[in-house]
Design a protein around this ligand. Structure first.
Ligand SMILES: [Fe+2]
Length: 247
C-alpha cells in the first residue's frame, strides 16, 4: 500500500506532479475550469516583479501559488461577503480592521481572516524584491536605536517567527512616535486590528515556504532577508511617521 507523505499530499494538492502521477486520468478527465471569481470591490494588484525574481530564496512556483491562489482566495471571499455587507469595502482596509469588533457578529470572523489576509499579503508582496541590500538613513538609525542594530533585530525577528505555533506572521510595527517593535500574530491577524502600523511582516504559514524548505522554517526565515526590498521599507517607514501608511 503506497504511503502518502505530507510532501506527496502537498504536491498532489497543488497539481505540481499531477501529470506524472496520473497522466491517463488527466487526459481522460481534464480538470474543470476554476469557478469564476465573484466580482466585487476588492481587487488584487499584480506582483511588482516576476514570480521567479526571488529565486533561489523563494521559488517561482511558491510565489505563483501563494499570490494567485492563496491571496486570491481571501479576495474572492471578501467579495462574496461584500455582496450583502457592502460596508466592509466603503472604508480603507486599515479602518475596517481597526474597528472589526463593530461589524455584525456573523461576518466578524470571516472578515478578520480574509481582510487580515488581504492586508497582510498586500504588504508582503510590496516589501520584497530581488537585489537585497541593507537599510539606510532614518530607517537604519531607528533599527539601531529601537531594535539593537540590524543583526540583533534579524536574529530576534527570526526567533519570533520560529516560535509562532502553527500559522501566523512576524511583524515590525511603527508606533506613533516612530519607534519600532517586534510582534507576532496567529492566523491572518494583523496589528492593524489594534490600530497599529506595520513596517514589515514575514508570512510563516507553510504555504509561504513548504515547496523549497519543507519543515525547515528557520532556513526560510534566514533566507527571506535576501529578498527584502529595503528601499520600499524605507518608504513605508517615512509614510508611517507621516501618518499616511495604509496597509
Ligand atoms: Fe500567505
Amino acid at each position: 500500500m503506497p504511503s502518502l507523505t505530507r510532501r506527496n499530499l502537498m504536491v498532489a494538492a497543488t497539481g505540481v506532479a499531477a501529470a506524472a502521477v496520473a497522466p491517463r486520468i488527466a487526459a481522460a478527465q481534464p480538470a474543470p475550469a476554476p469557478a469564476p471569481a465573484p466580482a466585487g470591490p476588492f481587487k488584487q494588484e499584480p506582483l511588482p516583479y516576476p514570480a521567479n525574481a526571488l529565486e533561489p530564496h523563494i521559488d517561482a512556483r511558491t510565489m505563483e501559488i501563494h499570490h494567485d491562489r492563496h491571496h486570491v482566495a481571501y479576495i474572492n471571499n471578501l467579495n462574496a461577503i461584500a455582496k450583502d455587507n457592502p460596508q466592509i469595502a466603503q472604508k480603507p482596509i486599515q479602518d475596517v480592521l481597526a474597528k472589526i469588533g463593530e461589524l455584525p457578529e456573523a461576518i466578524r470572523t470571516p472578515v478578520r481572516n480574509n481582510l487580515g489576509g488581504h492586508a497582510n499579503h498586500t504588504m508582503f508582496w510590496q516589501i520584497m524584491g530581488p537585489g537585497g541590500g541593507k537599510p539606510a538613513g532614518d530607517l537604519a538609525a531607528a533599527i539601531d536605536r529601537d531594535l539593537g542594530g540590524l543583526e540583533k533585530f534579524q536574529n530576534e525577528f527570526n526567533a519570533a517567527g520560529g516560535r509562532v505555533f502553527g500559522s501566523g506572521w512576524v511583524f515590525v510595527l511603527v508606533g506613533r512616535d516612530g519607534k519600532l517593535a517586534l510582534e507576532t500574530r496567529p492566523n491572518q491577524d494583523s496589528p492593524l486590528m489594534d490600530g497599529k502600523r506595520v513596517l514589515i511582516g514575514n508570512d510563516v504559514w507553510e504555504h509561504a515556504y513548504y515547496l523549497t524548505y519543507q519543515n525547515r522554517r528557520p532556513d526560510y526565515l534566514k533566507a527571506w532577508w535576501n529578498v527584502v526590498n529595503w528601499n520600499k521599507v524605507a518608504e513605508r517607514y517615512a509614510a508611517a511617521k507621516a501618518g499616511t501608511l495604509a496597509v
